[in-house]
Design a protein around this ligand. Sequence first.
Ligand SMILES: Nc1ncnc2c1ncn2[C@@H]1O[C@H](COP(=O)(O)OP(=O)(O)O)[C@@H](O)[C@H]1O
Ligand SMILES: CC(C)(COP(=O)(O)O)[C@@H](O)C(=O)NCCC(=O)O
Ligand SMILES: [K+]
Length: 257
Amino acid sequence: MLLAIDCGNTNTVFSIWDGESFIATWRTSTEWQRTADQYYVWLSTLMGVQKLDVTIDEVIISSTVPRVVFNLRVLSDRYFNCRPLVVGKPDCLLEQPPRVDAGTAVGPDRIVNAAGAFDRHGGNLIVVDFGTATTFDVVETDGAYVGGVIAPGVNLSLEALHNAAAALPHVDITMPQRVVGTNTVACMQSGVFWGYIGLVREICARIKAERDTPMKVIATGGLAPLFQQASNLFDVFEEDLTMHGLTVIHKYNKENT
Ligand SMILES: Nc1ncnc2c1ncn2[C@@H]1O[C@H](COP(=O)(O)OP(=O)(O)O)[C@@H](O)[C@H]1O
Ligand SMILES: CC(C)(COP(=O)(O)O)[C@@H](O)C(=O)NCCC(=O)O
Ligand SMILES: [K+]
């Protein structure tokens, strides 16, 4: 079975794909110091808890943090006896390589999102991923990633306020009932929440105008539904989009190598 690993700057998600569906998904914080042995103890414990008796013999990795890849490679080699496919490395084939400026190392998560979204929806897409950063990935008619937008993530924006201003507390994002806050926390939540609604709407509108063609907007990342409830920003929300993209790229490599 395939183990798909999506490593973001905040969290790393592991999913087991049986060829038809994901039979398990687990999340851990991203720490580059974590060793292969630590990953394996954690994974095998969770597999035991879920009474999953499966053999993993293939691994695919997307990582926005280059340093974690070494230990994930050791994990694959030592415990699953296989060489992992690592998105963005030359030996990982892509059906449509990104069309961007020479020398640009596109985030592997964005390449994977583009592949996953194209497989489900065809071309002319904007994929919005609410991660550590909020990324907008433009997917062409042929499925290629052709550029996009990188904005500070929702939690990063709140953390930046807290870190930079002595009197501003740590705050979690929620949808404020009113725009005008009458206490510090409500003011901060309003700034980030409604500011973000404006950010997403404006960027999507400008991308559509620049490309002069109708585009479907696909959202992923745990915070997307929070914004969708306030304003109809997206056509579709797909929590498993990045994982789906990993299975699409894995399948393409199996069929073409
Ligand atoms: N459902 C959710 N509700 C609230 N916060 C969330 C949810 N999902 C993710 N987050 C937060 O959003 C941020 C980005 O998380 P994540 O999507 O895992 O980022 P990355 O892929 O960059 O590691 C983190 O601070 C995380 O705690
Ligand atoms: C923009 C990102 C930091 C987003 O990462 P994430 O929020 O998923 O952790 C990542 O895709 C990245 O490091 N990109 C490299 C630059 C680029 O994509 O152009
Ligand atoms: K992400």
